[in-house]
Design a protein around this ligand. Sequence first.
Ligand code: THU
Length: 156
Amino acid sequence: MAERTVEDAVHETLDQQGWHELRAAATEVMQRAYAPYSHYKVGAAARADDGRIVIGCNVENAAYGVVLCAECGLVSHLHATGGGRLTHFVCVNGGGEIIMPCGRCRQLLFEHGGRDLLVWTVSGVKPMSEVLPDAFGPDDLTHMADMADAAAEGTD
Ligand code: THU
């Protein structure tokens, strides 16, 4: 049998302690949010598939629409520290309560964690396939490219 790797271990559901650590990381980074306009601070934390924790907080802007959600910072942290895939995610408000990622950020998380990313939601831990059902994603683009290739082969 193949040896069990660190990656295998983190793909398994985090135990209660693991989720607690992730929430604590989200709550800590929430305190560094820059939210002078909405006064609504958000902190996000996730596990990557090599076991490291990545974090992000929201950063607002005088041009309100330019706001960076906490998840934007988290995804940037993921790539800035070596890339990989997200396996477990949680985000919290200024009171440390669990909140749902906004619609746009669900799409962002889907790109970097896929259907199996586990999200601690307001109604328990759920896979991304339930948080963003029937999501549009990278597979839709490769499907179209494959169709184009098949059509091109047919004309050769
Ligand atoms: N916000 C996030 O950072 N992530 C979300 O998923 C929900 C909303 C931020 C954006 C804005 O700075 C503040 O919360 C109020 O909408």
